[in-house]
Design a protein around this ligand. Structure first.
Ligand code: MN
Length: 237
């Protein structure tokens, strides 16, 4: 039996449509997982989702509502998805507390951080003092900026590299991270590009989109293979 990977799905208000970009589904399937979409239908579904899945893939998408980290929205805040926030934040908290493997991508890493008590820079161009373009206009599979990976982290163990090039599609970034969290990678301008949790070797957050680089980039393939392997391990407790 392949490990079941729950993939948080998106909701389009204008079209009243639930959806997932194919890259997440295809990367999980190629890496040997069984992809299952988790629709943002309400907190009453969380227990059933956690019964079903062996790993949680937190996907990219709109900004997290700043109310979840105690702020009002600044003018640069973009689209929000109250449906996704309402499900994904408590789902992540529960997954963290039960030791479920988590791979958190872009918005997913921001959800992971906020769920654990961290906060977000609402717009890195306006209040992050960035020197690098983090909203690339190059193709999605193309890595446009470098990241520096800290030695001794899970990320460093998986990739066996000190520096790699990644794609970049984010106007926000992590601000404060919780005390039980540490930075695994950052860009040259100091933006946090990866986080991990002390004592949880099966939880990984990345600010870039490895699913979009999966077919051409061995590092992205290693990340998804690692995640599916974590989901094959029997649950804790
Ligand atoms: Mn970036």
């Amino acid at each position: 039996m392949k490990p079941i990977i729950g993939i948080t799905a998106s909701y389009n208000h204008e079209k009243n449509t639930y959806f997932s970009p194919g890259e997440y589904i295809q990367a999980v399937e190629s890496a040997g997982g069984f992809p299952l979409q988790l629709l943002p239908l309400g907190v009453d579904k969380i227990a059933a989702y956690l019964e079903l899945i062996d790993g949680l893939l937190l996907t990219g998408g709109p900004d997290v509502d700043p109310v979840y980290y105690g702020e009002d929205p600044q003018p640069a805040v973009e689209k929000l998805s109250p449906e996704r926030d309402a499900v994904e934040i408590p789902l992540t908290q529960k997954a963290l507390s039960t030791g479920l493997p988590i791979f958190a991508i872009c918005r997913g890493m921001q959800v992971l951080n906020v769920a654990a008590g961290g906060s977000i820079i609402q717009d890195i161009c306006k209040n992050g003092n960035v020197a690098i373009k983090h909203t690339q206009q190059a193709p999605r599979w193309h890595g446009t900026h470098s990241i520096q990976i800290k030695e001794g982290t899970v990320l460093s163990e998986i990739l066996a590299e000190k520096e790699i090039r990644v794609n970049s599609f984010h106007h926000q970034a992590l601000k404060e991270i919780p005390a039980n969290c540490y930075i695994s990678a950052h860009s040259q301008d100091g933006i946090i590009e990866g986080i991990e949790f002390k004592g949880l070797t099966n939880v990984l957050g990345v600010q870039w989109h490895p699913e979009c680089m999966y077919s051409t980039d061995p590092h992205s393939q290693k990340l998804f293979s690692w995640f599916v392997e974590q989901a094959k391990k029997p649950p804790r407790g």
